[in-house]
Design a protein around this ligand. Sequence first.
Ligand code: AHR
Length: 530
Amino acid sequence: MKKLVSTIVMVCAITLSASAADAVKATLHADQPGAKINREIYGQFSEHLGSCIYGGLWVGENSPIPNINGYRKDVFEALKALKIPVMRWPGGCFADDYHWMDGIGPKSQRPSLRNNNWGGTIEDNSFGTHEFLNLCEMLDCEPYISGNVGSGTVKEMAQWVEYMTSDGDTPMARLRRQNGREKAWKVKYFGIGNEAWGCGGNMTPQYYSDLFRKYNTYLRDQGSNKLYRIASGASDYDYDWTQVLMENIGNRMQGISLHYYTCSGWDGSKGSATKFDTDQYYWALGKCLEIEDVIKKHKAIMDEKDPKNTIGLLVDEWGTWWDEEPGTIAGHLYQQNALRDAFVAALSLNVFHRHTDRVKMANIAQVVNVLQSMILTDQEGTGHMVLTPTYHVFEMYTPFQEATYLPIDIDSEIIQVSKAYFKEKEGAKDAGYRPCPLLSASAARTKDGSVVLSLTNVSLDQDKTIDIQLNGLNAKTVSGRILTSKNVADFNDFQHPSVVAPKDFKDAKLKKDILTVKVPAKSIIVLNVK
Ligand code: AHR
C-alpha cells in the first residue's frame, strides 16, 4: 500500500457523519423481518476454463492427487463446508461452444475440442454431464445447466434435457442408462444461452428473445422435473437488454440473468490482484457497491413488466476480475485473492440480501482457480491447495442462507471514491465519483431463532466502535469470528496458507438492549446473537 495519507484526502471528496473517535450508532430492527434470503444467492459457477474443472474440481481416477472417483478430495471437502446451494456449468462463454454429446460415454471415445474462448487449450471432454451432475449430488447442490444457443441446435438442447431428466422409455433416457446412469437426475435451473449479446452469438436483444422463444418451446418438462428457464440477460448497465427481454419473452422465462464484474475495463491491464495503491483499493469497493444501483435499475424495469414478481433476477456471474498471475497460462484467468477481494464478497452479498425479493440467485465467478475463486490449487500439479479470503467470507456467511432478512441502519462515514482505476487512462480525470461507506452491516434471523449479524469496516486505518440498538431482540449471548489481516493486499499462498483466515472474536459486549462491537480497520466480523 502506497501513499496512504495523501490519497485518502484525494478520494474523500466528501465525508459525512461523526468523527472517528465517537461510537457509531446503529439500529437492528429485529421486529421488522423482511423476506427470506434465498440460499441460491450463495451459488457458484464452474466453467471449462483454465484449471477450474481439470486440476481444480477434477483430477481423474488415476491421479496421484487424492480423489473420490476422480473428484479432488481436498477441494471437494472444502466445498462441502460451504453448503453450496447451486452450481452453474459448463460456462460462461464455453457453454456456447459446448456439444454435450461429446462428453458422455466411454472416455477413450470422447472427442477433443479446442477451447476457443480460453487460451486454445485442448479439452478432452473427460468431465461431462455425468461427472458434473454426480458432483452436484455429492455436494447436495442444485445443478444449473447453461445450454448452447450460439453454436448448438434446438434438437441438441432438447435432447440434453431429455437425457438428464427423462425417466421414461425414451431414446435419450435409454442412452443415459447405457452410459451407466439408471435414474434421471433432478435438474431445475436451465439457462438458454449465455451472454447472447457477446460470446454467446453477438445478438441483438430482439433476435435473442425470438431465439429464446423458439428453443424454449422444445425444452419439455420430463415427468415431475420442472425446468426453471433462465434467459441470457444484460451485462452491467445495459437496461435496454432487460427491457426488450421482459417485453418479448415475459413469463416464458422464470429468471433473467445479470453479469456484473468488479473490473476496471475490458481492454489492457485490469490491475494486479495483490499490488494496488489506496485509490485502487477504494475504487474496487466503490465499483463493487455500484451493483446495488445497477440491480435497482434492472429491478425497476422488471417491476413494471412483472408487478407480481414472478421472474427472478439472477446475478449468475459476479466478482473481481484482475490481471492473471504472472507466469500462468494466458487466457486461464488464474488470479490471486487478497483481503480486498473478501471485502468485495461481503459487500456484494450484503447487497444481494437487501434485494432478495427479486434477486433469486447469484453465482460468483468462479469456484476454483478462475477469477474470484474460493480455492486455488497449485498449477504445477504438486497437490497443494489453499482457501482464499473469499472462501472464508462464504463460509462465515453460511448462516445467512435461508435466514430471514432483518433491516439494520448504520450511521457510517461515507467517502467518495474516484471512478477511475488507472488515472492515466484517457478521460479518467473526469470520470466522477462513487460513494463508499466505510462501515456496512447485514443481519438476518436464522431458523434456530438466533440472529446472524455481519459488520464490515473497510477503512484502512480507523478502528470503529459501534453501539447497536437491538429492537425486538432480547439477547443474552454473543459470539463470533473476525476476518482481518495487517494489509488489505494480504493473501494466502501455498507456503503461507493462513495469512488471511478467520479467528475467534471477543470484542462484542451485550448490555441490556445495546450490543457494543469494536470493529478494527480492515475487518469483517460475523456474530451470532441470541
Ligand atoms: O467468467 C468468465 C467469463 O466471463 C464467462 O465465460 C463469460 O460469460 C463472461 O464474460
